[in-house]
Design a binder for this molecule. Structure first.
Ligand SMILES: [Zn+2]
Length: 305
């Protein structure tokens, strides 16, 4: 799933990295091996490494080309950023800018950057290092930050318990955008372009928001980290240790899965390995996911027949 159409909006995935991440028992508060076991055959080898007992994760940007605008959803981790204690994020040197260019996007052409939330792996390429200073990577873009998340992390900067990584992220990837006058604070329900509207999905962070797309009778939901891994579709009730409010995050996840099931929206999270997104259906008193072979042409109602 690299490049496909939703109505008249072209959607492209630009990858920063793919890597092994946590073991499920370390990630999920409600981990229960007997619930995971029946899913392993489905998850391995693409989404889960049986040898390492670890989940696989992707970090990518969704690029949306509307007839009039270029919009980026989430900007990954960025290069040369000091992220103490997090080797997957620390001092990266990836060819992400070249990949954006290969997808046909010059930094100057980007009109809007939307960060679903302000975590380290969603704001990194907001800025790049130029002559020792962090400057906006996309000089002509409006950067849309959730007002709730901005206020949360801004407040966290003055709290003694805030981690160095969180401080560094806010300082090098969010504040330079504010200082450049390119930040715009957005709220639940706002329409950011024709057919593109924001929806609050709190819990992973207090102000996380999904971006809902509606075009030509098709729907898609860019849901950020409402869920991180495909196992959270059937096991939606498994709360994580990496959410600000795990209960609220679980409630947002359930609500979003219900909504995708009811509307037929293509779910496009921020961290799924290929095929990177799918359609939600009810299965065994919970949810299942249908992986589209060609998302531009596959309608979930066809897949079900
Ligand atoms: Zn993330």
């Amino acid at each position: 799933m690299a490049d496909f159409m939703i109505g008249d909006i072209r959607v492209t995935r630009v990858e920063e990295s793919v890597h092994l991440t946590s073991r499920p028992q370390d990630r999920f508060i409600d981990f229960e091996p007997s619930q995971l076991e029946p899913l392993l055959q489905w998850l391995a080898p693409d989404f889960y490494s049986l040898a390492d007992e670890r989940m696989r994760s992707s970090i990518h940007t969704w690029v949306l080309r509307t007839p009039t605008q270029v919009i980026l959803v989430d900007t990954c981790t960025g290069n040369h950023k000091d992220r103490p204690g997090f080797p997957n994020f620390h001092m990266l040197d990836t060819p992400y800018p070249q990949r954006l260019r290969a997808a046909g996007i010059e930094p100057e052409e980007v009109d809007v950057v939307f960060c679903t939330h302000l975590h380290v792996d969603h704001v990194g390429w907001n800025t790049r290092l130029a002559d020792g200073r962090w400057v906006p990577t996309f000089p002509n873009a409006r950067y849309l930050f959730s007002r709730g998340d901005f206020e949360h992390f801004d407040r966290a900067m003055s709290l003694p318990g805030t981690s160095q990584m969180t401080r560094n992220t806010f300082t090098d990837s969010v504040l330079p955008i504010v200082e450049a006058g390119q930040a715009v604070y957005v709220d639940d329900g706002e329409e950011i372009a024709k057919g593109l509207s924001l929806e609050a999905a709190p819990g992973h962070t207090p102000g996380q928001m999904c971006l809902n797309l509606r075009s030509g009778g098709r729907l898609a939901c860019f849901c950020g980290d409402v869920l991180h891994h495909p196992l959270q579709v059937p096991l939606w009730h498994w709360r994580t240790r990496i959410c600000t409010d795990p209960d609220q995050s679980r409630d947002s996840r359930r609500r979003m899965l219900e909504q995708c099931e009811q509307t037929g929206a293509l779910l496009l999270p921020a961290h799924f390995i290929a095929p990177h997104g799918g359609y939600i259906e009810h299965r065994n008193d919970s949810f299942g996911i249908l992986w589209p072979e060609a998302p531009g042409g596959t309608d979930p109602r066809h897949a079900r027949r």
